[in-house]
Design a protein. Structure first.
Length: 193
């Protein structure tokens, strides 16, 4: 296959109509790297001087997962307490979520119970099909400053019946694609697709 043919296949894939659209929420305390993670995922670039999110930010990305074209509506929620009251109303219609914390800042897990409670209480759906939420530990490139042991975060995710735990680095790109591919697969599975 030539480079031109490969490029044409990419264009064709991008132009295909989505098979499904999912709304997913990215939430967690302020300063943990949610917006930086999202920027890396959407553009492939690392931007270190992000400004804080005010309220909520909204992005769309089309991806191919298991042969299906999935349109992801990604809602990036501000982590500051003063904006937390907005979360319940924006969760409506969500198909999945990502809770993110900073592995170098133990205090970024302090509000985890509150975030999960808001997220799960805001979701109205079938009890036999819980909303998939995965936990993400950010700033893996700073693992030499780690304050949250991997096992502790994994156990917290498991205890709270989350669908997985992934560590990543928006700076070097480690596991960024895996996070969004995993949540898309979980949402497809929950939807029976």
């Amino acid at each position: 296959m030539t480079l031109e043919e490969d490029h044409n296949l990419e264009d064709e894939k991008d132009e295909r109509e989505p098979d499904v659209m999912f709304k997913m929420c990215l939430f967690g305390d302020g300063g943990v790297g949610k917006t930086t993670l999202l920027g890396r995922y959407l553009t492939g670039l690392f931007k270190s001087n992000q400004t804080i999110t005010i309220g909520v930010d909204f992005h769309v990305k089309k991806v191919e997962v298991d042969g299906k074209i999935v349109l992801l509506q990604i809602w990036d929620f501000a982590g500051e307490k003063r904006f937390r009251f907005l979360l319940p109303s924006y969760i409506l219609g969500a198909s999945g979520g990502i809770f993110m914390f900073d592995i170098t800042r133990y205090s970024s897990l302090k509000n985890f119970p509150e975030w999960i409670k808001i997220f799960k209480n805001g979701f109205i759906g079938a009890k036999d099909k819980p909303l998939p939420v995965i936990m993400v530990g950010g700033k893996l490139d700073l693992s030499f400053k780690r304050a949250v042991p991997t096992k502790e975060a994994f156990d917290l995710a498991k205890t709270n019946k989350l669908y997985g735990y992934i560590e990543c680095s928006a700076k070097d790109g480690r596991n960024i694609e895996d996070i969004f591919t995993e949540i898309a697969k979980l949402m497809l599975k929950r939807a029976g697709l």
